[in-house]
Design a protein around this ligand. Structure first.
Ligand SMILES: [Zn+2]
Length: 428
């Protein structure tokens, strides 16, 4: 089985950015060169894909998704989750453990791998829980989770409030070289809040969550990462203050990495004025100053990667009063165009944007994907950077429809997604 992707702009960040042909053979990248087609032996046996005008890059990697299986299959299953992933250009996703039961054991991790194998689209790597049942009290069997194939540990959705428990988790994770991801939120400080605390929350009379609720936990976790010399990954960074702390930690050489979500660099708390519960996420949409700080941090590398925090919820759950609706939105199928907006605005170059979705996340979790190196697994995404489309939630592949971007004009669309050399998604 050979496939030639012909004449696209091949972007393999840090390695290549040029018009070339990509030859895939037996699931691996076989060769990349200018006008490779002319040199092919036995050309009749090669499937040729015309990629002129498209970008050809490593398949995207999302280190932060919530596939709701086991337990909440009405929101999303692993099968619908990976269908959404490949439609968004993602070939590898890492799923958070806040399922029911929580992924705090080898048996749940193995179940996730099995379901992903049956679904047979994107690669799925589970993230194990830090504490049993994510209750924040007793450490999960971290060694067992690591042996079963978990690529990181987190109690995401909720923070580990007990600092001693967090210290022990980091010490333990370090022996397995596992990154620790803490959902940074001081639960006492955020209690009762549904949106960012500021002018808008005051005007609307909705209880707010101050920036400090995130920042005090970011600071705590950085101090603990220093104490334990362990790998800390900060998810969904949303405030100026967090970025200040992150810069300082990186300057001091700590093993700290961070992600930003597309909604946090696209929307502000002004989006809540309509009382649209699709503008309710945790951490909440912040102010314009925070958005600008996130963009600068993406540009200068203080924020390493873009991750979606894809968080499906059923319609009936989101159609509640703002205070009672669950936090979170889906994001896998809107991440590319929202990231490309940063290129359009001049915040990132196209190569930087691709890097934030490919080789950078691979580096953060030490995954062997996110590259078009010869011999690598042929996980490849083809996208049309100029294609405009209107977001109709009914046409998304996720089981849920909770997006704040309904009706938006999106620019940039995935054309084809390959995993291990096989086409797993094709645009209509
Ligand atoms: Zn979180």
């Amino acid at each position: 089985m050979r496939t030639l992707i012909k004449g696209g702009q091949v972007i393999d960040p840090g390695r290549m950015n040029t018009i070339a042909d990509v030859l895939i053979e037996d699931g691996k990248i076989q060769a990349i060169d200018v006008n490779l087609q002319g040199t092919l032996q036995d050309p009749e046996s090669v499937t040729i894909i015309d990629a002129q005008g498209f970008i050809v890059c490593p398949g995207f990697i999302d280190l932060h998704v919530h596939f709701r299986e086991p337990g909440f299959e009405y929101k999303e299953t692993i099968a619908t989750g990976v269908a959404s992933a490949v439609a968004g250009g993602f070939t590898t996703v890492c799923c958070m453990p806040n399922t029911s039961p929580v992924n705090d054991s080898q048996s749940i991790t193995e179940f996730i791998f099995r379901q992903a194998k049956i679904a047979d689209k994107a690669r799925v790597f589970p993230i194990g829980a830090i504490t049993k049942g994510s209750k924040g009290e007793e450490l999960a069997e971290i060694g067992e989770l690591h042996d079963a194939g978990c690529v990181a540990i987190s109690d995401d959705g909720i923070p580990v409030m007990n600092t001693l428990v967090m210290r022990r988790a980091m010490e333990y994770a370090r022996t397995f070289d596992l990154p620790v991801i803490d959902h940074c939120e001081d639960m006492h400080l955020s209690a009762g809040g549904s949106m960012n605390e500021g002018f808008v929350s005051t005007e609307l009379g909705i209880p707010g969550i101050p920036n400090a609720a995130e920042e005090v936990m970011v600071a705590r976790n950085i101090f603990l990462a220093e104490l334990t010399q362990s790998r800390l990954h900060l998810p969904h960074v949303s405030t100026i203050g967090s970025i200040r702390l992150l810069r300082d930690a990186k300057e001091r050489g700590l093993l700290v990495t961070a992600e930003a979500c597309p909604h946090h660099f696209t929307l502000t708390d002004e989006a809540v004025r309509s009382f649209d519960t699709h503008a309710k996420m945790n951490p909440p949409l912040r102010t314009d100053a925070d958005v600008q700080a996130i963009k600068e941090a993406l540009k200068d590398g203080s924020i390493d990667i873009i991750a979606t925090d894809h968080a499906p919820h059923a319609m009936h759950e989101k159609q509640r009063q703002f205070d009672n609706a669950p936090f979170g939105i889906i994001g896998l199928e809107t991440a590319l165009p929202l990231t490309l907006n940063l290129v359009e605005e001049g915040v990132l170059t196209m190569e930087q944007a691709v890097a934030k979705l490919t080789c950078e996340p691979a580096r953060v979790f030490k995954l062997s994907y996110g590259t078009l190196a010869v011999g690598a697994d042929a996980d490849v995404t083809l996208f049309d950077p100029k294609k405009s489309w209107t977001l109709d939630p009914n046409r998304l592949h996720s089981k849920s429809r909770n997006t704040p971007f309904t009706g938006w004009t999106m620019k940039g669309k995935v054309v084809k997604t390959f995993v291990g050399g096989r086409v797993v998604y094709e645009a209509e």
